[in-house]
Every structure is written in structure tokens, then in C-alpha cells.
Write a protein that binds this ligand. Structure first.
Ligand SMILES: NC(=O)c1ccc[n+]([C@@H]2O[C@H](COP(=O)([O-])OP(=O)(O)OC[C@H]3O[C@@H](n4cnc5c(N)ncnc54)[C@H](OP(=O)(O)O)[C@@H]3O)[C@@H](O)[C@H]2O)c1
Length: 159
């Protein structure tokens, strides 16, 4: 909050206009609404920081039926970037910053055959361990940030 306050103070000093908007990453519909509301403003988007995250949550499913840590920490951001991709491209130079964690190193999302195991991304209650869910979501952040922007359209098409 202190850094946020400092940033706002800095911007105010330069007479920048700051506006807050609501976004719930645990609800895909909310992400969609946010993207639509942002686009309706018809402004440029030069930097999108995907910072929000949940940590050490007890197991729960979102209204979209996915494990909450996975949806908040990765899928919500992923969806948001896809929805704003055209605005980002139009606003070049533009950059997406995905905040991950060193803890992404302490997990795996592949099965024993080296293939992506979707059940590890959104596990059932019996297979859930909060720390592991966080680590996996942070690994998704790293993999996402390694995506070549040229491939975004194909990524969206396969989602
Ligand atoms: N803290 C660490 O030691 C550490 C270490 C490595 C990496 N990181 C990473 O750094 C980033 C920031 O961490 P932090 O410790 O500053 O986190 P934090 O203080 O817990 O803040 C998390 C932020 O995420 C937002 N958030 C949570 N659920 C949300 C949802 N469903 N929709 C929209 N926003 C939601 C929260 O909003 P509300 O305030 O409205 O709830 C809050 O602003 C995260 O990506 C984290 O993984 C942190």
C-alpha cells in the first residue's frame, strides 16, 4: 500500500489522471467486463502489470468451476491479456509484466510422460495442497511470460 500510495502521489504531482476499476480475477465474466469497460475508454495501454495473486487458500472452486489459486494467479491474467491484446498491439510500444515467484521452481505440471497434466493445474480437493497450487500457478506465470507475442492468437484459439 505504501508503494501504491507513493506512485499515486508521484502521478498526482505530475497532474496525471488516475482511475480505479473493479476486476475479480476469480470470475471470467468479471475479466470480460473489465476488458470491455477498459476498451470503451479508448485509451492506450502501454504497460499491463499482472501482479495480483492469492496464496495459501483452502481448496475452493470458482464460479467457473476451476481451482481458485489457479484461476486468480494465472488464468484470469492470461484471459485478460488475451482480451486486451489488440489494445496492446495498437499501443506499441507496450509491455506485459507477469509477476511470478522463485517458488515456481519447486513443482512440475507435466506427468511422468512429460506431457502437460491438466489435473495438476486445477486439482480436486483430495489432490490439493495450497503451497503446490501456488507454485504451479507461478510456474504458469513464467511459461506465459515466455510466450512469443506472435503466438498469442494461436494460444487464444486453443484455450
Ligand atoms: N510477498 C512475497 O513474498 C512474494 C514473493 C514472491 C512473489 N510474490 C508475487 O508478487 C505479487 C504480489 O504479491 P504480494 O505479496 O504483494 O501480494 P498481496 O499483498 O497479497 O496482494 C495481492 C493482491 O492481489 C489482489 N487479488 C487477490 N485476489 C484477487 C482477485 N480475485 N481479483 C483481483 N485481484 C485480486 C489483492 O487485491 P485485494 O487487496 O483487493 O484483495 C491484492 O491487491 C504476487 O504475484 C505474488 O505471487 C510475492
Amino acid at each position: 500500500w505504501f508503494l501504491w500510495f507513493q506512485a499515486i502521489s508521484h502521478l498526482s504531482h505530475h497532474k496525471a489522471k488516475v482511475e480505479a476499476m473493479t476486476l475479480d480475477l476469480a470470475l471470467l465474466r468479471s475479466v470480460q467486463h473489465f476488458a470491455e469497460a477498459f476498451k470503451a475508454k479508448n485509451v492506450s495501454l502501454h504497460v499491463l502489470v499482472c501482479n495480483a495473486a492469492a496464496f495459501a487458500l483452502p481448496w475452493s472452486l470458482t464460479k467457473d468451476g476451476l481451482e481458485t489459486t489457479f484461476q486468480v494467479n494465472h488464468l484470469g491474467h492470461f484471459y485478460l491479456v488475451q482480451l486486451l491484446q489488440d489494445v496492446l498491439c495498437r499501443s506499441a510500444p507496450a509491455r506485459v509484466i507477469v509477476v511470478s515467484s522463485e517458488s515456481h521452481r519447486f513443482t512440475d505440471i507435466n506427468n511422468s510422460l512429460g506431457k502437460l497434466d491438466f489435473s495438476r493445474l486445477s486439482p480436486s480437493k483430495n489432490d490439493y495442497w495450497a503451497m503446490l497450487a501456488y507454485n504451479r500457478s507461478k510456474l504458469c506465470n513464467v511459461l506465459f511470460s515466455n510466450e512469443d507475442p506472435e503466438d498469442w492468437t494461436s494460444v487464444l484459439g486453443g484455450a
